[in-house]
Each structure stands twice: as structure tokens, then as C-alpha cells.
Design a binder for this molecule. Structure first.
Ligand code: AMP
Length: 401
């Protein structure tokens, strides 16, 4: 059973929005450097919803969070640059208020005319946001007559702006959340087969639950990245000084056993790029086998593994990818992740459904310029994993009740 079908959710199209104040939760938690937005993808992803609200003649009041300002105003985390970027993308002015509740916010909301857009300052300048404080939620809800939830990346948190406000306003999901649920639902519920999952990244412990759940759905599971070493260790293969989560060895064994019982192919890298020291200019060695010499560290999947992963990708009809294959932040160790991204782009071209979830896999796509070559890039890493784990996301449960 999947999230969307299990919960009865309204769509924003179900509401008459003309002239209405529409409180809209978006995910503008964008990467920033020196006050500048490094990647505007999360803002771009909301344009469909926002253009629809503008076209419908709604008065759009946007609420969002950025970073971790610890519950008090900290201009390092202001959303002002997001308002400016949104105005550029929407090709129309976007008003900004320097608080999300209180007199200034109330005044800015009252000044809105049909078809206009206002972004309120970072919700997390108030500790009450993450505490899901009812008084704060009510103050936010006062800004709208209808609530539209379009912050997929925040749905796995029960905060005032995701759960609290829904007590005071009729609510619906926006186009971005609708699209996320459709893709992740399809991957979970009724995938075209063969269904392949490729999971990488640093930690087994972070992804154990999703690996366990994926084994019930997929035909094959490829494991790469730092977490592959705990799986190799669980099979008695030497991994040198590579990343190891000793306390996860038993869990890794259980995953391998479950895969075997379910007749799911669970595949680990056949070779690796290894170094003596993790440095961008370190001398690299390609291991001759699955094992790694005692004084070396695995930092990427090797050429044989890449070739094998490419073959598996080419055979699959549905592919879900979460987590890089190596320390991709350093170009010398990014080849495996880039090769997976390229193979997925090719698979999409050949008619497969490719779904990429998780911040770091998206960074690989940004690095290679391949993001628009995937069927779907999920904007919320944590939320997409929790959905795949079969968890009910608090932000959706609140809207459905
Ligand atoms: P995650 O957030 O769990 O998807 O992990 C992403 C992180 O895993 C990235 O910062 C990578 O640098 C890191 N990573 C990938 N492969 C390795 C590896 N072989 N050793 C250490 N870290 C890795």
C-alpha cells in the first residue's frame, strides 16, 4: 500500500482560489555561499505551483525555512535572496517581509492583491516552528484562507508549518508534492520490471530500513559507496582501512540473507579505486578484486564494477538511485558516481523510468549537468527515503486528517 492511495489528499486544483489568500509551504532550503544561492533547483521546482496560483488570481503567501538558525533571527539564514531569485524566475515582483508572524507579516499579507506573491522570512527564526507550537501555527494559519503544501522535503517533519497549520485551514498538496508522490508511488506500488535499486553513500545505519524495504520490491540491488565496505566485511572480505560500521555487520548479513531468500540479486562492487590517504591528489590504485589491501582505503567503485553496474542499469525498466558510489566531492573519486548518472541518462532515453533521490546524488547530477535527463529527481532526500520505507509522512497525515 502506498502513501497517496492510503491517505485521502486534496489537490490544490480542487479549490477555487481566485482572490483567496493561499498560505503555501515551499522548500527553499537551498545551498548558499556568501549570501548567494548556489543551486536554485528547489526554487525552480515550485514554479508550476506558483504560476498556477498567480494565474488563478490567488494572493500567495509563501512560508519556508533555510538552514538551522537555532530558533532565533540570524541574517546568515535570511530568505531574502530566495525572494529575489523567485522574482527573477517568475518574472514578476515578489514581496518580502522580515518576519513570518507578527505585525510586519500581517501588514504585508493584508497589502497583497490578487495574483501577487509574498515570501515571509525564515520560519526557523522562531523555535516554535520546529516545536510545532499551536499558538505559532495559528499565527501562521491566519495568513491564509487555504493551505497548500508543496514542500516535499519537509513532509517527514511534524512542524508548525507542515502539521500545525493544517488544524486551522483547509489544505491540499501542490503540484510538486503531487509529482513526487506519483513517481515514488509508482516505484513502490507498480514498477515496470526489472526494478533495480542502486544505493550508495556513507552509512549503512542511515539506509538500513530503506534497504530492507526495497528488498521487498526490487529484482536487483546494487550497493556502492562507503556503505559497500561494511557489506564486504560482513562476507569476510578484507577492506583495509575503508569505512566500516562494525555495529552494522550483523544487519548487513541479514540484508544479504534476505536478498538471497527473496531471490533478489544483491551485488557489491567487483573492484575499487583505493588510496593510502584521502586527498584530492592522492595516488590511486585499482584493486584486482573485491578485497582491499590492508593499508588502503576504498574511495570509489572500480572499472569492472562500473561496467557491471552499467550492464544492470541497461537491463532495468525502473531504476531508483540514492547515494554516491564514492567520495564524489573529489573529482579523482567521482568516476563511479558520474558513470552511474550517465548510464541512468541513457536508460531514460531508452524508455526506463529513472528516479533519483537524495541530496548527494542530486549533487552528482548537478556536477554532470544530467539532472534533466532523469524521469524524476526527488527534491527531498529524507522524505523520499521515509516514503520508500513505507512510513507515513507527518506532513501528509496532517493534511489527510
Ligand atoms: P549519504 O549522505 O549517506 O548519501 O552519503 C554521502 C557521502 O558519502 C558523500 O559525502 C560521500 O563522500 C560519502 N562517501 C561515498 N563513498 C565513500 C567512501 N568510499 N568512503 C567514505 N565516504 C564515502
Amino acid at each position: 500500500m502506498t502513501e497517496k492511495s492510503a491517505l485521502k489528499l486534496k489537490l490544490m486544483q480542487d479549490f477555487a482560489l481566485k482572490g483567496k489568500r493561499v498560505l503555501t509551504r515551499v522548500d527553499y532550503n537551498v545551498p548558499m555561499k556568501g549570501g548567494k544561492i548556489e543551486d536554485n533547483a528547489r526554487i525552480r521546482e515550485t514554479l508550476k505551483t506558483l504560476n498556477a496560483l498567480v494565474d488563478a488570481g490567488a494572493k500567495t503567501v509563501l512560508i519556508a525555512h533555510l538552514g538551522r538558525p537555532k530558533g532565533k533571527p540570524d541574517l546568515k539564514y535570511t530568505l531574502k535572496p530566495a525572494a529575489e531569485e523567485l522574482a527573477r524566475l517568475l518574472k514578476k515582483p515578489v514581496a518580502f517581509a522580515s518576519d513570518c508572524v507578527g505585525p510586519e507579516a500581517d501588514k504585508a499579507v493584508a497589502a497583497l492583491k490578487a495574483g501577487e506573491v509574498l515570501l515571509l522570512e525564515n520560519l526557523r527564526f522562531h523555535a516554535e516552528e520546529e516545536a510545532n507550537d499551536p499558538v505559532f501555527a495559528k499565527a501562521l494559519a491566519k495568513h491564509g484562507e487555504v493551505f497548500v503544501q508543496d514542500a516535499f522535503g519537509a513532509l517527514h517533519r511534524a512542524h508548525a508549518s507542515t502539521a500545525g497549520v493544517t488544524k486551522y485551514l483547509p489544505g491540499a498538496i501542490g503540484f510538486l508534492v503531487q509529482r513526487e508522490l506519483e513517481f515514488l508511488d509508482r516505484a513502490i506500488g507498480n514498477p515496470q520490471r526489472p526494478f533495480l535499486a542502486i544505493v550508495g553513500g556513507a552509512k549503512v545505519s542511515d539506509k538500513l530500513a530503506v534497504l530492507d524495504k526495497l528488498l521487498e520490491r526490487v529484482d536487483a540491488l546494487l550497493i556502492g559507496g562507503g556503505m559497500a565496505y561494511t557489506f564486504l566485511a560482513a562476507q569476510g572480505i578484507s577492506i583495509g582501512k575503508s569505512l566500516l560500521e562494525k555495529d552494522q555487520i550483523d544487519n548487513a548479513k541479514k540484508i544479504i540473507e534476505k536478498a538471497y531468500n527473496k531471490k533478489v540479486e544483491c551485488l557489491l562492487p567487483a573492484d575499487h579505486v583505493a588510496v593510502r590517504e584521502i586527498r584530492a591528489d592522492a595516488q590511486t590504485t585499482i584493486t584486482q578484486a573485491m578485497s582491499i589491501p590492508p593499508d588502503m582505503i576504498g574511495v570509489d567503485i572500480g572499472p569492472h564494477a562500473i561496467e557491471f553496474f552499467q550492464e544492470q542499469i541497461a537491463k532495468a525498466k525502473t531504476i531508483f538511485w540514492n547515494g554516491p558510489m564514492g567520495i564524489f566531492e573529489m573529482d579523482a573519486f567521482a568516476r563511479g558516481s558520474v558513470a552511474v548518472a550517465e548510464a541512468l541518462a541513457e536508460a531514460t532515453k531508452n524508455g526506463a523510468t529513472t528516479i533519483v533521490g537524495g541530496g548527494d546524488s542530486l549533487s552528482v547530477l548537478a556536477k554532470t549537468g544530467l539532472a534533466d535527463k532523469m524521469s524524476h529527481c526527488s527534491t527531498g532526500g529524507g522524505a523520499s527515503l521515509e516514503l520508500l520505507e513505507g512510513k507515513v509522512l507527518p506532513g501528509l497525515a496532517a493534511l489527510a486528517s
